[in-house]
Write a protein of this length. Structure first.
Length: 265
């Protein structure tokens, strides 16, 4: 049985397993601490060597665990304010309490070293390899911290607009997106909304009106304006306006995307 240890982060238990010179973290515990609601989806974005299973003797069978690099990637994916605190807790409390002398020194390792000095050469090689691994993990951690700092203002923006009663035009949404690093312009945004099923794409009286799905999600409201023509005919124009919830939704939807391929309508 590998060395299982439990730590507590702000009331949340986080299980770790020390397997040789690697420390693994229970995936479910990590996603709960980071506010990521779907553990399966979260770990599906990780590389195969960043996920493993350990049998902890429970009835549920094997439990998913993630490596340190995988952990830092999930920290970077979380937009919760707790992500930065969790990252510091892992690096300043958990790992130092597990590692000794720059390597995970089990009792067996120490006994072998004392019994046979030749094992020291093997240990030095192991330490050298671990040092390189630590450097890679440190770089991944620093990148995760930078991502958390970049995401923080956007998370504050999302919280603010989600509770707003005001609506804005799609043109204004394009400006909001640009302020958040998504420069696609009004025409491309309209095309993207049509191509992805939020606005009606078939030309006619309802062209560019919100779809039933978009209305049910609460992303749009429709502004109707009566237009009096010189021939006495009155027509009604429909203008889609994006709700506060819709602003949050589309910023979060588009934020991870780059090089958007949009079919122009």
């Amino acid at each position: 049985m590998n060395d299982l240890q439990e730590f507590e982060f702000e009331g949340q238990d986080v299980r770790t397993v020390a397997d040789g010179d690697q420390v693994w973290f229970a995936a479910r515990d990590v996603t709960d601490a980071l506010g990521l609601t779907n553990t399966t989806v979260a770990i599906s974005s990780l590389d195969p060597d960043e996920v493993t299973k350990f049998n902890l003797g429970s009835r549920s069978g094997d439990t998913n665990f993630i490596s340190e690099p995988g952990l830092y990637r999930l920290i970077g994916a979380s937009r919760k304010p707790a992500a930065k605190r969790f990252n510091r807790w892992v690096t300043h409390d958990v790992l130092p309490s597990i590692r000794k002398h720059g390597a995970y020194m089990t009792g067996e390792t120490i006994e072998n070293l004392l019994a046979n000095p030749e094992n020291g050469a093997k240990l030095l090689l192991t330490l050298s390899q671990e040092r390189k691994a630590h450097q890679k993990e440190r770089e991944a951690r620093q990148m995760a911290e930078r991502q958390v700092e970049v995401m923080a203002p956007k998370a504050l923006f999302a919280d603010a607009v989600a509770t707003s009663d005001s609506t804005i035009l799609v043109r204004e949404l394009a400006k909001v997106l640009k302020q958040n690093g998504i420069d696609m312009g009004e025409k491309r945004l309209f095309a993207w909304l049509r191509d992805n099923g939020y606005l009606i794409r078939h030309r006619g009286a309802d062209y560019n009106s919100p779809t039933q799905r978009a209305m049910e999600l609460g992303l749009f409201r429709i502004k109707e304006t009566a237009v009096n023509h010189s021939n006495g005919i009155v027509t009604v124009t429909k203008t889609p306006k994006v709700t506060g919830r819709g602003q949050q939704y589309f910023v979060e939807k588009l934020l991870p995307q780059t090089n958007l391929a949009v079919t122009r309508g």
